[in-house]
Design a protein around this ligand. Sequence first.
Ligand SMILES: Nc1ncnc2c1ncn2[C@@H]1O[C@H](COP(=O)(O)OP(=O)(O)OP(=O)(O)O)[C@@H](O)[C@H]1O
Ligand SMILES: [Mg+2]
Length: 308
Amino acid sequence: MKEIVVLENVTKKYGNRVAIQDISVSFEEGKITGFLGLNGAGKTTTMKIITTYFKPNSGKVYVDSLDVSENPYRVRKLMGYLPENFPIYDNLTILDFLRFVALAKDVEEVDKEVERVIELVGIKDYKNRFLRELSKGYKQRVGIAQAIIGNPKVIILDEPTQGLDPAQIIEIRKLIKDLSHDKTIILSTHIMQEVEAICDNVAIIHKGRIKMSGKIQELKAKTQNQLTVEYLFDQLDENKKEKVKNLIQEFGLDPVFDTNSIRINIKRDEEEKVKEINKKFYDNGLYFLYVNRNALTMENLFLEAIKE
Ligand SMILES: Nc1ncnc2c1ncn2[C@@H]1O[C@H](COP(=O)(O)OP(=O)(O)OP(=O)(O)O)[C@@H](O)[C@H]1O
Ligand SMILES: [Mg+2]
């Protein structure tokens, strides 16, 4: 196993605002890693740093063992990038646009390379169409095509399925999966299901900090021997929340609060505790409306990772 993209203690500020704070995270060669986080978490900023678009205020970034700050041009050659809100040149045809990109990337056999990527992303029948005539899903394919021109080792896709309809989402996911044979792919998303559907690994970022990273399979295994127990209350004011929290913590557990409900993750073999918690709630006048028991989902694991 080789880590091909490595960030060490990277901080990036916009003016006084810290966008990412002292993050250390690495991405495994030949795998698809989902870079997961809510809006504003710092995904795009991190990606822009990896692609050399931004310099970090502090910290180190390595791509394929090259220090990005010392070798920005060599690093760019190793990478393909689909930015968020991919800017599209409406008045060009697919073919002309991709030729332009190939020339800009200094690709050797331009026509051959353009044909290759057009074939790969499945836009052959559209190659003479103007970009303005394409549906969003096809524009996104063109975006992916331009990212993979020149056969880069590392492909960075910033929310590649954002704004697509469900059918297109499935197609784009399949395309990314197909591309991944011999490539390292880092894709950002705020949807855990997307990560589950196509990624090998995940890194979770929240408010500019890495909260969790690892292999999907290992996380899945972790979910298998856990349960989520959810209590719905009539209402939960701050005072009640505090009481609930203290009570749950007596059991060595840590609740996640929603508006009027709480969620606790427990091990399957600790299920007996639930009875005791129920009783404690009642004994303390914390009457809940109902309690629900579910298998722990990856989504809940994500919410758990980013709780305050
Ligand atoms: N050009 C900028 N100038 C000032 N602040 C910025 C700029 N770009 C991003 N930020 C701030 O940095 C933080 C991280 O933003 P970033 O775009 O990296 O998040 P993100 O995870 O990509 O979010 P989204 O899911 O909405 O794309 C946010 O607080 C954002 O407001
Ligand atoms: Mg973003």
